[in-house]
Design a protein around this ligand. Structure first.
Ligand SMILES: *[C@@H]1O[C@H](CO)[C@@H](O)[C@H](O)[C@H]1NC(C)=O
Ligand SMILES: *[C@@H]1O[C@H](CO)[C@@H](O)[C@H](O)[C@H]1NC(C)=O
Ligand SMILES: *[C@@H]1O[C@H](CO)[C@@H](O)[C@H](O)[C@H]1NC(C)=O
Length: 470
């Protein structure tokens, strides 16, 4: 009995150390906040320009889509409400301010309604993509005052800029027979292995479909499939206690190159927990794509389970890992497409109840940095954002660091670990939060405090105990 006392004290001290010294453990993963804003303001050159935007109302401006070029971050500000100044902007990456003002792209004039006849160059894009050929692909919905009196100002279009001199290269209006009044083009993926023969995949979440655009042919075609539709049971969302129902079709799209010169497109509807895939060899073939035989060339991969709705996804060209956002869980997760699509083979890489409320876009640059924009969109839509709180953030981190010691790492040996502690098997259960905590602590311990410093901390507390007792 006498001899067991130090061991008991050691156990107690471990317990105390874990419980108190590092409280609160409220996040997993290693991302840095690059920028954060309470509200968005613009880099107004002078008062005369400001007068050209009489409807401007700071709280109407919510950043939503992003991508990175060499030294700029592009950010969209869709016209949810009337008071948006510029719907496409950038900030210089060398800007060291915490909340830099937005600089309209390509110019202030491109966003000005003008007197009477003016239709601006850009209306209301949601998402955009920088390709590896120095082009910026902007998918403009053409829809304004979306939450007030929605008006289709101009047809939805793809506007492509040359990033070398910021001039428009092309504007392609999505043909009327490839959309309906319900259409809503919210997301774009660009297959850019060949600069002259580039393809863009435009997701229509309102009238579920995929418009495939060929740069070489300067024409597009519409692809329809059951898998683009929302799941009738996948419409319940709950973001930080705010519950709502959405019925959105195809949304998340991630391209993985295949050796035949094409790609696998991994995709999922927003109101669904399912993931699907299809080869771009099929999508790129307008003759074959809508034939009855091609139906079965689309693959259902599996479900992320209850609460597993995902918004955006993106595949890191360097690690080959897919990163995707979990809207209900304030989380970013990973999956390696060469693995089976099971929850055991997926893992959280970042969870934070404050900084990751509604991850709305996610991109990975050529240096394998992951960039994530979170913006609390449901609170903006259905409640009210607190102008004194940080509401919008751009976070950045290394993909290698995020997947280290997870099932997505190439070196991870799933058989050597307790299957309950790896992957995301918890999502299938109703009681998600305790399981997230378990996962979080596991990651936190792995990524943050080293075992050595932990042991030292425990030893110090153990010594204090002995002093106290003696
Ligand atoms: C930041 O970059 C922009 C454009 O690349 C440049 O014009 C500006 O001078 C730079 N600012 C600083 C502080 O280096
Ligand atoms: C995270 O948010 C969920 C609900 O949104 C809550 O139940 C949970 O306690 C939060 N976790 C932490 C660590 O704050
Ligand atoms: C949404 O989640 C909160 C906890 O974060 C819970 O209290 C609430 O009941 C949920 N609402 C619905 C409708 O499921």
């Amino acid at each position: 009995m006498q001899n067991s006392q130090p061991i008991i004290l050691l156990l107690i001290s471990f317990f105390i150390y874990d419980r108190f010294l590092f409280q609160p453990i409220d996040a997993i993963g290693d991302l840095r906040i690059a920028y954060q804003w309470k509200e968005i303001d613009y880099d107004w050159p002078n008062d005369d320009v400001k007068k050209l935007f009489p409807d401007y109302n700071r709280e109407d401006n919510l950043p939503l889509g992003l991508d990175i070029a060499d030294n700029r971050i592009f950010v969209t500000v869709p016209r949810w409400r009337r008071g948006v100044a510029a719907s496409l902007n950038y900030i210089n990456l060398n800007d060291t301010r915490e909340s830099p003002p937005f600089i309209p792209y390509p110019s202030w004039e491109a966003h000005e309604y003008g007197s009477g006849n003016g239709t601006p160059e850009l209306i209301s894009p949601f998402r955009l993509k920088v390709d590896r050929c120095s082009r910026l692909w902007v998918l403009d919905t053409g829809l304004v005052d979306i939450m007030g009196n929605p008006e289709q100002r101009v047809p939805p279009a793809l506007v492509i800029y040359d990033l070398k001199d910021d001039t428009p290269l092309r504007k392609f209006i999505i043909p009327p027979d490839q959309r309906t009044a319900d259409s809503f083009f919210a997301n774009i993926a660009v297959e850019d292995y060949n600069c002259e023969d580039t393809y863009a995949y435009l997701g229509d979440l309102g009238a579920p479909g995929l418009v495939v655009y060929s740069w070489k042919l300067d024409r597009s075609w519409l692809v329809k499939h059951h898998f683009f539709h929302p799941d009738p049971k996948g419409g319940n969302f709950n973001v930080s206690g705010l519950a709502f129902v959405w019925t959105d079709g195809i949304f998340g799209m991630a391209l993985a190159p295949t050796p035949d010169g094409y790609s696998t497109l991994y995709f999922h509807p927003l109101s669904s927990t399912m993931e699907f895939s299809v080869s771009t060899k099929l999508l790129r073939n307008p003759e074959r794509i809508n034939s009855p035989e091609s139906f079965h060339e689309f693959q259902p991969l599996g479900s992320r389970g209850l609460n597993g709705q995902s918004s955006v996804s993106f595949i890191d060209p360097n690690t080959g890992v897919m990163f995707y956002a979990l809207t209900n869980l304030n989380a970013i997760a990973c999956w390696r497409p060469t693995n089976k699509f099971s929850l055991q083979q997926q893992s959280f890489v970042y969870v934070d109840n404050v900084t990751m409320i509604f991850p709305n876009d996610l991109k990975i640059d050529h240096k394998s940095n992951i960039w994530i924009l979170s913006d609390r969109l449901p609170i903006f839509m259905y409640s009210r954002l607190d102008p004194d709180d940080y509401n919008y953030r751009i976070l950045v981190g290394s993909t290698e660091d995020l997947i280290r010691d997870t099932v997505c790492s190439k070196d991870f040996d799933i058989s050597s670990k307790n299957p309950d502690n790896s992957g995301m098997s918890f999502i299938d259960t109703n009681d998600i939060i305790p399981e997230i905590k378990k996962d979080r602590e596991q990651h936190y311990n792995g990524a943050g405090v080293s075992d050595i410093s932990k042991t030292f901390g425990s030893l110090i507390i153990t010594m204090l105990f002995f002093l106290f007792l003696s």
